[in-house]
Design a protein around this ligand. Structure first.
Ligand code: ZN
Length: 187
């Protein structure tokens, strides 16, 4: 696992400012490299964390009905442009005797978000982590997000949403389960 090096980040932001033709010593920019280094420590904290740690403590249950955690608001950073993408994640699973505390699904989403990411990869990582730790009958993860690399530059389509889906186990085999998920999520 990596380690945050604030000195490197500061030096890099200084170079970046020079690279775009700015005077990095003018009053408005003087503190910017140090400020960004502190900010990156927070928004990229997931690089140095075990994102699956929140799923390690599980509970035994007898009731194996579908569990849906919807509208998990998240912010992440696209690994191709280092610009934010943000939106909502919806996570569902059908337990097979094992569950986690409700807040842990949102925590898991959050730690996977705090690293340079791709929405497809993020969706996949969340679903795979749940499969690995809970061995449920099925998992469904849907993420809807706006990408600033699409909306503030390039094709400029403000508000356009990218939707990614990963469907595993019982959800993949049973359309009724998928429909129940969509009804509960009401996207
Ligand atoms: Zn991008």
């Amino acid at each position: 696992m990596g380690k945050i090096d604030k000195n490197k980040i500061e030096a890099a932001i200084g170079l970046l400012l020079e690279g775009i033709g700015e005077d990095k010593n003018r009053p408005g920019l003087k503190e910017t490299p140090a400020r960004i280094a502190r900010m990156y420590e927070e928004i990229f904290a997931g690089v140095c964390e075990n994102s699956e740690s929140h799923l390690e403590k599980t509970f035994i249950v007898e009731n194996n009905e579908m569990i849906v955690e919807k509208d998990i608001v998240f912010y992440s950073v696209c690994e191709h442009h280092l610009l934010p993408f943000f939106g909502k994640a919806h996570v569902a699973y059908i337990p097979d005797g094992k569950v986690v505390g409700l807040s842990k699904l949102a925590r898991t989403v959050e730690t996977f978000c705090r690293r340079p990411q791709l929405q497809e990869q993020l969706t996949h990582q969340i679903a795979t982590a749940i499969m690995r730790h809970l061995a449920p009958r099925g998992v469904m993860v849907v993420i809807e997000a706006e990408h600033l690399c699409m909306t503030m530059r390039g094709i400029k389509k403000p508000g356009s949403q990218t939707i990614t889906t990963v469907i595993k186990g019982a959800f993949a085999d049973d359309e009724r389960l998928q429909n129940t998920f969509w009804r509960m999520v009401k996207m």
